[in-house]
Design a protein around this ligand. Structure first.
Ligand code: PEP
Ligand code: MG
Length: 620
């Protein structure tokens, strides 16, 4: 369907690919319940949705209570009363009965019960009971909010839609992937935000940082998402749609062509081997990784075990998940990163993650793991119990210094000893490593290399923390420069330190999957690159036709250059003539726009060398 004026919005290319489909505006603020009549086969899910929302609300209220420091009697009492109300069988049993007897939705059933309860309290002569009316209002709002948050997106979003939202969490992307949406057009987020990484992992074409797309798009209108170029067209013209379809077809043909080399090794023309591994978030991605030629998993983001579920994953759940991945990968190495939650983006209702002024510098990752000791120990035990079903590597995120890695290793070995004492089998040869993603770790890489078996450079965070750019903030993503002289030097320092200590080093940030950087990374001497599986065939083609000696010369030259402008120009000069098809062309979407139709063509913050640097113009 087209119709209305054509509008072009420029944002940040977050996940490649081309998609067209009807717009689905994800609006989360509807708290006024609407009655829906359900089919008989929907009732079980609806009851589960209600119970999940009650449970999440209970956890949130308890957490809020625990977070109020000191002896604040009143707030504690109020929150205790609300928690008690949420556990009252009236709130679960009666709406459940209504859902089943009358085939109505959870919101409507719950609202009916709460209204009845409220008028009962209001009519009471007892002052205490009358004040409970406020608790009911609060609880109602909270549960409805949770119900809205967990709206059965899978049921509501039609397959093939382009989802338009102000922001999405990484967990939302997982759900949208399961709902088989065609593309994403999102107001907020930067190129290395976790939302972008998720979209790339699931091959959902996505443009982020679109500023105002929600206000500009109309539900149901045709939307074309160009994830290669970071452009979104609302109600494209017939001619534009045709060009979109041609681009999509070409993209698909190149993908198929590249997959023919799936089983060939990534070896340069002069014999240098670079292993190409997959980054993974869910066990169900194993087949996809193998189909793209992954030689193992270089980064398994276990924090996804804590998202989209209503209870904390127990030791057994960690074990089952890890076994699934290792067995699926058929003996190839799998690197499990212990949970990296917090930091603003990766949240979970299941852990007490405080809201912080500066979450990226706050209680994130290994720091949170140390604070939530029992949760961390469960994860370590689950992983260790899975260790003999394949080749397991374990790594710890956000390590800032030697003390932290020693503490993490101590916890790991304690759990190992304990499990062995209890008669469990634990593999002997688990390699233990760290993510090098903080400038402090990169600076003391020689000291850290003595403590571990391998390094994995997390360039997303290394860039964030070195250049002081919030990776999820689209306003500063024009400063995201993987080829900044400081980054090149830090990466070189880490690789040298690793090799001097005789350990291997990989890089698993977004740089690894970007064809523009492949020669540089090979030249710097990385042993492995880990990336979204879909990128592996592209990177493999470059590695296989590269010359490692020439790549080394390029890397050595780059570290002598003083400015980003010069490093980026040198890389473009080396890459574009030889690998032109790998570097996305500019389709020039503005050209077709009718005069006066409300074109929004600025505001692309030029993420990386393709965007040309420069601060955003600030206009839309
Ligand atoms: C990184 O920081 O580069 C990385 C791979 O970890 P994450 O993106 O999950 O923070
Ligand atoms: Mg990181």
């Amino acid at each position: 369907m087209t119709g209305g004026s054509t509008r072009v919005l420029r944002g940040i290319s977050a996940a490649p690919g081309i998609a067209c489909g009807p717009a689905f505006l994800l609006e989360r603020q509807r708290l006024r319940p609407v009655k829906r009549q359900l089919q008989a086969n929907e009732l079980d899910d609806e009851v589960e949705r209600l119970l999940d929302a009650l449970n999440s609300s209970f956890i949130q209220v308890r957490r809020l209570r625990d977070d109020i420091a000191g002896d604040h009697e009143d707030p504690h009492e109020i929150l205790d009363a609300q928690a008690e109300l949420l556990r009252d069988p009236q709130l679960s049993d009666e709406p459940t009965r209504l859902i089943r007897d009358e085939s109505i939705n959870a919101e409507w059933a719950l609202d009916r019960i709460l209204r009845r309860l409220r008028s009962f309290y209001e009519d009471s002569d007892d002052l205490y009971l009358r004040t409970r009316g406020e608790d009911i209002d609060h609880v109602r709002r909270l549960v409805l909010q949770n119900l809205a948050g967990q709206e059965p997106i899978l049921r509501k979003i039609p397959e093939g839609a382009v989802v338009i939202a102000r922001r999405l969490s990484p967990a939302d992307v997982v759900q949208l992937h399961r709902a088989r949406v065609a593309g994403l057009a999102i107001d907020r987020g930067g190129r290395t935000s976790h939302t972008a990484l998720m979209a790339r992992a699931f091959e959902i074409p996505a443009v982020l940082g679109l500023k105002g797309v929600c206000a500009k798009a109309r539900s149901g209108e045709m939307v074309a998402v160009d994830g290669l170029e970071g452009a979104v067209l609302l109600s494209p013209t017939g001619r534009q749609l045709e060009r979109f379809r041609e681009r999509a077809l070409r993209f698909e043909q190149v993908e198929q062509e590249l997959l023919k080399d799936r089983d060939k090794p990534a070896v340069s023309e002069d014999g240098a081997v670079v292993r190409l591994l997959a980054n993974m978030e869910l066990a169900e991605e194993v087949g996809f990784a193998l189909a793209h030629g992954a030689e193992g998993v270089g980064l398994y983001r276990t924090e996804f075990m804590f998202m989209g579920r209503s209870t904390l994953p127990a030791e057994g759940a960690h074990m089952v998940d890890a076994v699934k991945v290792m067995v699926g990968m058929e003996g190839r190495p799998v690197t499990f990163r212990t949970f990296d939650l917090g930091g603003g983006e990766k949240t979970s209702d299941l852990l007490r993650i405080p809201s912080e002024v500066n979450p990226a510098l706050g209680l994130r990752s290994i720091r949170l793991a140390f604070r939530e000791g029992s949760v961390f120990r469960s994860q370590l035990r689950g992983l260790l119990r899975a260790s003999s079903s394949g080749r397991m590597k374990i790594m710890f995120p956000m390590i800032s210094g030697v003390e932290e890695i020693r503490q993490a290793k101590r916890l790991l070995w304690e759990q190992r000893e304990d499990l062995l004492r209890q008669g469990y089998k634990v593999a002997e040869d688990i390699e233990v490593g760290i993510m090098v993603e903080m400038p402090s770790a990169a600076m003391i890489a020689d000291l850290l290399a003595k403590e571990v078996d391998f390094f994995a450079i997390g360039s997303n965070d290394l860039i964030q923390y070195t250049l002081a750019i919030d990776r999820s903030n689209e306003l500063v993503s024009y400063l995201y420069h993987p080829l900044h002289p400081a980054i090149l030097r830090l990466v070189r320092n880490v690789i040298r330190a690793a090799h001097d200590a005789g350990i291997q080093v990989s890089l698993c940030g977004a740089m690894a999957g970007d064809p523009l950087f492949t020669l540089v990374l090979v030249g710097l001497g990385l042993d492995e690159l880990s990336m979204p599986a879909a990128a592996i065939p592209h990177i493999k083609r470059i590695v296989r036709s590269s010359n490692a000696k020439e790549a080394q010369d390029l890397a050595e030259h780059l570290v002598t250059l003083p400015t980003v402008e010069e490093t980026e120009a040198a890389v473009r000069e080396a890459m574009i003539p030889r690998y032109i098809e790998e570097i996305p062309e500019d389709p020039g979407w503005e050209v077709d726009i009718r005069p006066g139709s409300g074109t929004y063509a600025s505001g692309e913050p030029g993420a990386g060398p393709r965007g040309g640097g420069g601060a955003p113009e600030g206009s839309e």
